[in-house]
Design a protein. Structure first.
Length: 180
């Protein structure tokens, strides 16, 4: 049985996933033609569930409109005590060590996970629990904000699986963890 933790995320040229005040509007700074999803639909078809951090969950809840996910969503948090009532049927709260959280999710039958959120991605990388990363780079320098990557206890090697360019400006790179 395949078990994978996959990151699919957008970042600025200088490595930020959100601006200095958490803003994400820069992600839409380049118009994308209708029907160009930059591989998101294919990515969602590969995964069984999403595991996101509290900040990302709260950001998604703040978007308004219909809930954007058809797959189960797990919210990793040390501070939330419950999922808000409006989203109780859309997400489940999880906490604890990453290995215990993953074990619990896997026991529920979800093995290929979309890992989302800056702090969550960094935590998974620190524990060497990311199998693939699909990073979409928007050609903008934010000069500060929430970083995609943080300190690691040791270097982690990845191999490039593929690169795609969208609308002649946005570069998406797909990496797979290189096992030594």
């Amino acid at each position: 049985m395949t078990v994978k933790n996959i990151v699919y995320i957008g970042c600025s040229l200088d490595g930020y996933i959100a601006g200095k005040n958490g803003e994400l509007d820069w992600l839409d700074s380049i118009p994308i033609p209708e029907g160009v999803d930059m591989g998101f639909v294919a990515h969602m078809e590969r995964i069984d569930a999403l595991l996101m951090g509290r900040t990302t969950f709260e950001t998604v809840c703040g978007f308004g409109g219909a809930w954007p996910y058809s797959k189960p969503v797990f919210v990793l948090s040390t501070t939330l005590t419950s999922i808000p009532d409006a989203y109780a049927d859309k997400a489940q709260l999880v906490s604890g060590s990453l290995t215990n959280v993953l074990s619990s999710i896997h026991q529920k039958g979800y093995h290929n996970l979309y890992i989302d959120g800056g702090a969550t991605v960094q935590s998974f990388l620190r524990e060497d629990l990311i199998d693939e990363m699909i990073i979409t780079t928007i050609p903008i320098l934010l000069g500060g904000g929430a970083r995609l990557f943080g300190d690691l206890p040791k270097p982690l090697s990845f191999e490039l699986v593929g690169t795609e360019v969208f609308v002649n400006q946005i570069v998406q790179e797909h990496y797979r963890r290189k096992q030594n």
